[in-house]
Design a binder for this molecule. Structure first.
Ligand code: GRF
Length: 208
């Protein structure tokens, strides 16, 4: 079976990387996690990747100054050099330029800890608690230039329970993130004719 060579981009803990990597160990999983890229050398997720035997690259955004374009160009070159066909953002805390997003359109996917379009941006769990919503959750979506927007591939909802704190709610959401991200990535990859680094990918969500 040909697996779609996929990069996971992280900035921190890396639990979604671990969930994706664990899923990729199944013989019939259509994705190979071929590279982990971090914009921070101290991201704990890098150690998880190394322990799992996954190649890693560090591209420190600080080295590129204030302009986002050179960082994104270096990222793009790293991904292409590694023969990457799909890119999964997993706690990657850098806004990508319109040019990068366009170059990877429909091959760039993100997980966000809310039921989009509610609560784009940061501090989603605190904002969900403050808003008094009874359902919260996670969304996997194709990336578009506007942050936390784009066609939705998968969502999972969790209840907001009496007495929830930001931490308890975050943990409940994270558990479903780890379920839906591998599922959505597999669905996206199955719609590809790999390797497809220069071809337009088919969208999986027929409603998208
Ligand atoms: C997750 O909650 C993800 O939805 C958000 O950032 C967090 C990353 O967690 N984009 P981890 O690094 O995968 O553990």
């Amino acid at each position: 079976m040909t697996r779609v060579p996929t990069a996971v981009l992280i900035s921190g803990r890396g639990s979604n990387f671990s969930a994706l990597h664990a899923a990729s160990l199944a013989p019939d999983y259509p994705v190979a996690i071929a590279l982990v890229v971090s914009n921070r050398a101290d991201a704990p997720g890098l150690s998880l990747a190394r322990a799992a035997g996954v190649p890693t690259a560090v591209i420190e955004h600080k080295a590129f100054g204030r302009d986002r374009a050179p960082f994104d160009a270096a990222l793009d070159a790293t991904l292409r050099d590694a023969g990457i066909a799909l890119v999964a953002l997993a706690g990657f805390m850098r806004v990508l330029t319109e040019k990068f997003v366009a170059a990877w359109q429909d091959r760039l996917v993100n997980i966000h800890p809310s039921l989009l379009p509610s609560f784009p941006g940061l501090d989603t769990h605190a904002r969900a608690l403050a808003a008094g919503v009874r359902l919260h959750g996670a969304t996997v979506h194709l990336v578009r230039a506007e942050v936390d927007s784009g066609p939705i591939l998968a969502q999972a909802a969790v209840p907001v329970l009496p007495g929830d704190t930001e931490a308890t709610l975050a943990a409940r959401v994270l558990a479903v993130e780890h379920r839906i991200y591998p599922m959505a990535l597999a669905a996206l990859a199955s719609g590809h004719a790999p390797p497809a680094p220069s071809a337009d990918a088919a969208l999986l969500n027929p409603a998208a």
